[in-house]
Design a protein. Structure first.
Length: 402
């Protein structure tokens, strides 16, 4: 800490930059990290000599950050310091940043000073095309991702990062692909690195929160959502995600506040209405939940999940006739829906209408003979009907499907 204070006293701009950075990130950084962030800042604002100074200082303080030689080499190349750039790219390649470094090293080796137009700031064609290549890969990857081709999108963003390992946009979108593929830890690493490079981008924290939610870490997810809010971001996605995490933690009133704020921004969002309804169910407020599901069903009357949720609420309130009517409405849309058939059978069983319940389960066994749940529910009904041996056989079937 004394070294940190001394460094700040010697370098006023560094202290100011660190203070501004902490405003966004809510954490303290080492001297080397602040120099890295300052280098990124200066590079993006066009002050390449100052950026180069900061990156070199960061590596000198913390030799483990030798991956920064990649950025050092890029700046040296732009400044026509070809031999220094080649040396930096060799060090970057040795540190593990291989693909992009080898490409740039090749450019250094084939480049002579006559092909550089320093006075106009124009460098060789290959270098001019590189940013466009990254830009094209990002655009192609986003198009793939938006159309559901996650694997192809991931390949594009990975290739973009081969060219520019610290491109925050490529890191963010690669994180989204990894999250979609269930590779949550890898996705979180991408989001964290993107946030480190671009600490003022609130969208990164929203996606990081969503990823943490999927790993069951809702408290950490809330910290991310709160950080995004403190940066001034308020939108439907943030409020919905925050509401979901709050509901998972049992903070139902706080969650409902988030959903209500989001619905003020978009009253016809099906996901919001469904999540609010589910939250109300968890809070035991079934009548209000039915209102939410009805509003959602007015927008999409063929959504059987909404229909099933409404029927469950009616059943929980003891309104069995209406619940059965609602289940039947859903089964008219999807006759082979396992969830609807099981729940309808369960509702009939609660009314001791065992033969009708058994008919529901037998119908589902014809459609889906490998459903463990169907065999378990059938066993329960058979036991209540006094057919104990048949019930045991059904339980054994269910256990065999585990």
């Amino acid at each position: 800490m004394n070294n940190l204070v001394f460094e700040y006293e010697k370098t006023p701009f560094l202290k100011q930059f660190a203070d501004n950075t902490r405003t966004f990130c809510k954490q303290f950084f080492s001297v080397s990290t602040v120099y890295t962030l300052a280098g990124i800042f200066y590079e993006k604002t066009g002050n390449e000599p100052k950026a180069l100074e900061c990156y070199k200082k960061s590596v000198s303080i913390c030799p483990e950050k030798n991956y920064l030689y990649y950025k050092i080499g890029q700046i040296q190349f732009k400044m026509a310091r070809i031999k220094e750039a080649a040396d930096s790219f060799r060090k970057a390649a040795a540190s593990g940043v291989q693909n992009g470094s080898i490409h740039w090293l090749s450019a250094c080796q084939t480049q002579d000073h006559r092909s550089l137009h320093i006075d106009t700031g124009v460098i060789n064609t290959e270098l001019v095309q590189r940013p466009n290549s990254v830009k094209a890969l990002l655009a192609k990857g986003k198009n793939y991702y938006n159309h559901g081709f996650v694997k192809e999108a991931k390949a594009c963003f990975t290739q973009a990062l081969d060219f520019d390992p610290e491109n925050p946009e490529a890191l963010l979108h690669l994180g989204l692909c990894l999250c979609s593929a269930g590779e949550y830890n890898k996705a979180l690493n991408c989001f964290r690195k993107s946030a480190f490079i671009q600490p003022g981008n609130a969208a990164i924290y929203v996606n990081m929160g969503l990823c943490l939610n999927k790993t069951g870490n809702d408290r950490k997810a809330l910290e991310c959502y709160n950080t995004a809010e403190q940066m001034g971001l308020i939108n439907v996605e943030l409020l919905n995600n925050k509401g979901f995490s709050l509901a998972e933690l049992g903070c139902y009133n706080e969650a409902l506040t988030c959903y209500d704020l989001a619905l003020e921004l978009n009253q016809t969002d099906l996901t919001l209405l469904s999540n609010k309804g589910t939250c109300l169910v968890k809070a035991g407020r079934h009548a209000e939940a039915i209102t939410c599901f009805d509003l959602a069903m007015n927008i999409n009357p063929h959504d059987v999940t909404l229909i099933n949720n409404k029927a469950l609420c009616l059943e929980a309130m003891g309104r069995y006739r209406e619940a059965l009517e609602t289940y039947n409405r859903g089964l008219e849309i999807e006759p082979r829906n396992t969830m609807l058939n099981i729940n309808k059978g369960g509702c009939l069983g609660k009314q001791q209408r065992y033969h009708e319940a058994l008919a529901c389960f037998d119908k589902m066994i014809k459609y889906d003979p490998f459903s463990r749940d169907v065999w378990s529910y059938k066993a329960e009904i058979m036991d209540k009907m006094g057919y104990h041996e048949e019930a045991v056989n059904c339980y054994n079937k269910a256990l065999g499907l585990q």
